[in-house]
Design a protein around this ligand. Structure first.
Ligand code: 3H9
Length: 653
């Protein structure tokens, strides 16, 4: 790659090696070769007493190059790190931005690590189904102990520089002038003869970590990640305590190689790039300069409206929530305050932060209060006539250039847009409930939506910490349209012989957090019942459940019975109803196996995905994967439904 360099300057006997490979200095093979050559220069130059490794651009090395992971090309990263340790000259890694994965491992090969105060370090390999492969688990265990190493590499979460220093992973912090400060720091240490030996030749961590505690932590990490990947990390950390340094390194590498050869890694790498591609404007949009968005108005203070308001307040936007009546407005504002209060009680938010966020949300019943908003999001009742009336009203009030969005989950965004005189400013922003928590945001591009409107909301989505996916207009867009297809065979499966618990167990075994029956109970069976009635459609089994008052968890009964609130229990009444309807329809019930359940639910979902692609409602198959993984709980380890269909499904048949 042309725009890549590794510079070497000298400053009073200290060499400064600067890695420059935009955007994130990922350690590709070419880059490793350049670094190796510079390290060789440093080793051979007697005038150099010490080395500072720094990075140009927005960050320190953010890891090995994910595109190239699993390829064996020398020098390997571990060779570079060995060289650093054996070069016979003390070194400092000067960290700004994020030192992640192989980047943090590179820094662990240095004698010291310095960091700018807002820098972060991390070992996120586990999020790719991997573990650190160049000494990250071993050296972190040597420096910070087994529990800290397991937490860092097992969660993959970043650690701020101060916490890293407190754990012994960073030696010195600077508020500014990181590189100059690091040079001075190193020169002082050399002058004082105060240079520790490389991590690899230090004493093995004496601490005998409580096996039970490590096992408990590992189980918790796997549960939270819905993945067994943290188990590999735990093994590597355990080895760092039990084996010699060299043997622990060999074992870490063996575990890494096995993980990098696994289908799970390929699926997660697919998602890594898919998520970034989905968040970027496509070519036609590229040229359009985004508009500025700071003030946001939300119409409707129900569950969805207040969730959306909180999502924006959490990211520093000013939000005004509009309801038509005082009572509904007060209920919505109370819901917002209560949600923040609960976060404070749980300890996930400070009182000060909660008050700041509450303070950013104001309520109004006056339509005119929306006139200053840069972005207006309608989150009212899911009814076309209601929506058109609202859009006609905001069209008359909104300032020129304001973006007008509907949070509809199904309705025709083009029809809504045409109820205004500015359809090019209108689009769908389909948030998922709870909107302040769920990452997915379907950005629904209408036939007339202006490119810069799409570019603007993609930028807004990034600030919100959401995962956007641009989709086209159709009933239910990508997610709900495929969900309907997935559930289309549900009643027939049950009548054929499965019971709700069988179906849900098959889904959980597949990797879903819950099955469709439990999910429908949670959401309320009456939502689709109302929809069916509006469309003149009948689905005998769930219709009868609703007629019998079995509306789901909120009614204490749906597909299951709920005695203690949330715990689903199979119900003989439902079993009898299924038997009765099967008999009425002349269906002889039989055993329906897991594979059949998966085939008859997932098959129609994939077929619908293909139609969505053919129609251009989604631009890429990987966009569909991003929707399902981030909005519906499709198991990440399987890469999303379209990836699963191509890479896993055939092998399981
Ligand atoms: C590893 O290190 C294994 C080792 O233990 C062992 C080896 C033996 N490689 O996210 P952004 C691209 S595994 C290649 O939008 P941000 C990314 O695709 C690695 N490309 O920016 C995007 O490209 P484009 C462990 C990478 O500011 C562009 O950079 N490290 C890599 O929101 C900007 O990315 C990780 O897992 C990479 N490693 O966030 C860290 N990283 O513009 C993964 C980024 O063409 N990276 N790209 O779409 C991140 O978490 C975020 O990118 C980061 C910046 C926080 C750094």
């Amino acid at each position: 790659m042309a725009d890549m360099s590794v510079g070497l300057e000298r400053s009073n006997g200290i060499a400064i090696l600067t890695i420059d490979r935009p955007p994130v200095n990922a350690l590709s093979h070419e880059l490793r070769k350049l670094i190796a050559a510079r390290l060789d220069e440093v080793a051979r130059d007697d005038a150099i007493a010490g080395l500072v490794i720094a990075c140009a651009g927005r960050t320190f090395v953010a890891g090995a190059d994910i595109e190239e992971l699993g390829l064996v090309r020398h020098p390997m990263l571990r060779d570079l790190i060995d060289t650093l340790e054996r070069i016979g000259k003390p070194s400092v890694a000067a960290i700004h931005g994020t030192a992640l994965g192989g980047g943090f491992e590179l820094s662990l090969g240095c004698t010291f690590r310095s960091a700018i105060a807002d820098a972060k370090i991390g070992l996120p390999e586990v999020k790719l189904g991997l573990l650190p492969g160049a000494g990250g688990t071993v050296r972190t265990t040597y420096l910070a102990g087994a529990e800290a190493a397991l937490k860092l590499a097992g969660t993959g979460d970043m650690l701020d520089a101060t916490s890293a220093r407190d754990l012994g992973l960073v030696d010195v912090l600077f508020d500014s002038d990181l590189v100059a400060g690091s040079v001075r720091f190193l020169a002082d240490r050399i002058a004082a003869g105060n240079i520790p030996s490389p991590v690899s030749s230090r004493a093995r961590p004496a601490e005998r970590t409580d096996d039970g505690q490590l096992a408990k932590m590992t189980a918790e990490l796997c549960r939270k990640a819905r993945s067994s990947a943290p188990e590999q990390v735990a093994k590597a950390v355990r080895n760092a305590i039990d084996l010699s340094f060299d043997d622990a390194m060999i074992e870490e590498r063996r575990l890494f190689d096995a993980a990098a050869a696994s289908p799970r890694f390929r699926a997660l790498r697919h998602l890594f790039f898919a998520e970034r591609a989905a968040a970027k404007p496509v070519e036609t949009v590229d040229a359009a300069p985004p508009r500025t968005v700071q003030s946001v108005a939300v119409i409707g203070a129900g569950t969805m409206g207040s969730g959306i308001a909180m999502a924006f307040a959490n990211s520093g936007f000013d939000v005004v929530v509009r309801e038509t009546g005082d009572a509904a407005l007060e209920r919505g504002m109370k819901r917002i305050r209560d949600t923040y209060d609960r976060s404070v009680t749980r300890g996930s938010l400070s009182r000060e932060d909660a008050d700041g966020r509450i303070g950013r949300v104001s309520g109004t019943t006056e339509a005119e209060a929306l006139s200053a908003a840069d972005l207006i999001i309608e989150a009212a009742f899911e009814d076309m006539a209601v929506k058109k009336q609202i859009f006609a009203e905001i069209d008359a009030i909104a300032k020129p250039g304001a973006i007008l969005a509907t949070n509809t989950s199904y309705l025709d965004v083009n029809e809504i847009a045409r109820s205004t005189r500015r359809p090019s400013d209108v689009l769908g922003l389909h948030f998922f409930s709870p909107a302040n928590v769920m990452r997915l945001l379907e950005v629904v591009r209408g036939a007339d939506t202006a490119p810069e409107v799409i570019a603007t909301v993609l930028k807004v989505a990034r600030r919100l910490g959401k995962q956007p996916v641009v989709v086209g207009v159709c009933h239910g867009f990508v997610g709900n349209r495929m969900l309907q297809a997935r559930n289309s065979q549900l009643s027939r499966l049950l009548l054929d012989g499965a019971d709700p618990a069988d179906v849900d167990a098959a889904f959980r075994n597949f990797g879903w957090p819950m099955g469709p029956c439990q999910m429908q109970d949670l959401a309320g069976l009456d939502i689709s019942w109302r929809n069916r009635k509006a469309l003149g459609k009948v689905d005998l089994l769930p219709d009868r459940l609703c007629e019998n008052g079995r509306l789901g968890q909120k009614a204490g009964k749906g597909w299951y019975r709920y005695e203690n609130g949330r715990d689903p229990k199979p119900d003989a009444e439902v079993a009898a109803l299924i038997e009765e309807l099967a008999a009425e329809s002349g269906i002889a019930r039989r055993t329906v196996g897991e594979q059949e359940i998966i085939d008859r639910t997932h098959g129609p979902m994939i077929d619908e995905g293909r139609r969505i692609l053919e129609e251009g409602v989604a631009a890429r198959a990987s966009d569909i994967d991003v929707v399902w993984v981030n909005g519906y709980g499709f198991p990440r380890d399987l890469g999303g439904p379209m990836y699963w269909d191509e890479h896993f499904r055939t092998s399981s048949q």
